[in-house]
Write a protein that binds this ligand. Structure first.
Ligand code: MG
Length: 382
């Protein structure tokens, strides 16, 4: 196989691992363009040189990056990723963090590019818009749970699915009773996965699993009543599909994002040796336990927002982005993250009942949600 790639978010955790996959498989992949915020200009220059990319997109430090990359087209400004996502290629990997990834996702779909989606927020915030524009096999999940569900569903009928079961490591506070005293450093220390800071905090609150339930609904067109989550601390079973004959298909591999990233980049081919498999010469124990919804209210809140739909998932996500930042900045406590989101969802339940039609509608809803979230944070501090 040969796939020409565009990588959005090349300096983040997923982007860096995607470039490692390219470096390990030069016969399979080439990189046409990379984008990032540009806050690590030396890394951007190094990546662009190493992979001989033609186009670089950044929002910051454009002059420094331009000077370091003679002959490379450097596009700067807030729309750089959206512009570059529309350049014709085989696969656009969207590894941007946050709902600012929505514009680039839509631009890539509209340009007929296949999208490997690591940016779950664009699907949560703009799910109806994204799925209505995506053709069959054009939107491919990179999230490990959704990659597992996708792999389990290949060749199956949606009508015979009785349940999607997402696994959750449970994060660092799975067994901790006092969540009030959680520090930022503790929340940033995930037991099984090394990820970016926002996803790591979202894993600690289980907000990440809530977002993933909404993501699964949009990706696979399965009703919320058939999507569940279960605690699986080892993070080896990445998710499961239960069928109406009572059979469950699970996907297993040691925690390593190179598996799901390479599956989406290479689909329908698998990338040989993308990650080490399960070692069956060793003993393993894989355990499962139900989620304590009272201690982790994020799941029920996500389900509520998903079921109501319209603009509410966008509100849920935008409020969470504000609340996570407030926690990282030391302005609210750990339990106040979900409490803040819940308060915003309640306040905006009536106004977010118009379905967003386009990116501008989503942005307007998010802007409102951020403002309400900011005043909730201010109130929590007072
Ligand atoms: Mg995940």
């Amino acid at each position: 196989m040969t796939r020409q790639l565009i990588i959005l978010g090349s300096t983040g955790s997923i982007g860096v691992q995607a470039l490692e996959i390219v470096a390990e498989n030069p016969d399979c992949f080439t990189v046409l363009a990379i984008t990032s915020a540009g806050s690590q200009p030396d890394l951007v220059i190094e990546q662009a040189r190493k992979f001989k990319v033609k186009v670089v997109g950044v929002t910051k430090n454009a002059d420094q990056i331009r000077a370091g990359l003679p002959g490379v087209q450097v596009i700067d400004g807030p729309k750089a990723s959206t512009e570059i996502a529309a350049i014709s290629c085989d696969v656009v990997l969207n590894a941007i963090t946050g709902s600012i990834g929505l514009g680039p996702t839509l631009a890539a779909l509209d340009a007929d590019n296949r999208v490997a989606l690591a940016n779950k927020e664009s699907l949560v915030a703009g799910g109806d818009i994204v799925t209505s524009r995506a053709k069959s096999d054009q939107l491919l999940p990179v999230d490990s749970e959704h990659s597992a569900l996708w792999q389990a569903l290949i060749g199956e009928k949606n009508s015979q699915v009785s349940k999607l079961v997402l696994t959750a490591s449970g994060g660092p506070f799975r067994d901790r009773s006092d969540l009030e005293s959680v520090t930022v450093a503790e929340a940033l220390n995930h037991p099984t996965w090394v990820m970016g800071p926002v996803v790591t905090i979202n894993s600690a609150t289980l907000m990440n699993k809530g977002l993933e339930i909404i993501e699964a609904h949009y990706l696979f067109d399965i009703p919320y009543s058939k999507i569940e989550a279960v605690i699986h601390p080892q993070s080896v079973i990445h998710s499961m599909v239960e069928f109406d004959d009572g059979s469950t298909i699970a996907q297993a591999s040691p925690p390593n994002m190179k598996g799901p990233i390479s599956f989406a980049l290479g689909y329908p081919d698998r990338v040989k040796g993308a990650m080490p498999p399960v070692d069956w010469t060793q003993s393993h124990s894989w355990s499962f336990a139900p989620i304590d919804f009272a201690r982790f209210p994020a799941i029920s809140l996500a389900r509520h927002c998903g079921e109501i739909g319209k603009g509410l998932p966008a509100v849920f996500n935008a409020a969470n982005e504000v609340a996570v930042q407030a926690f990282v900045d030391g302005n609210i406590s750990f339990p106040q993250i979900v409490k803040t989101v819940s308060a915003v969802v309640e306040k905006m339940s009536a106004s977010a009942l118009t379905a967003p039609r386009d990116l501008a509608d989503v942005s307007a809803i998010e802007e409102d949600a951020r403002q309400v979230a900011s005043s909730e944070v201010a109130r929590a501090r007072a």
